[in-house]
Design a protein around this ligand. Structure first.
Ligand code: SF4
Length: 65
């Protein structure tokens, strides 16, 4: 089961992830990501991977647990 996870010790609230994977990530009122927390479908994986690679703080990862 693929899910996005955030390392809160790294996340700086750049918000890029929400722009690249809007089906999986929302932003709160301060610009920090809020994960929908559901399984990422095969069709959503490319967006999720793009968001992981684009995170400037290396705070986003894909987990397959
Ligand atoms: S792109 Fe990375 S640093 Fe920016 S809000 Fe998303 S997880 Fe946090």
């Amino acid at each position: 089961m693929n899910k996005l996870e955030i390392d809160w010790t790294r996340c700086d609230g750049h918000g890029l992830c929400a722009g690249l994977a809007p089906d999986e990530v929302l932003l709160d009122e301060w610009g920090f990501p809020v994960l929908r927390g559901r399984e990422i479908t095969a069709g959503e994986l490319p967006d999720a991977r793009r968001a992981v690679l684009a995170c400037p703080a290396l705070a986003l990862r894909l987990s397959s647990r």
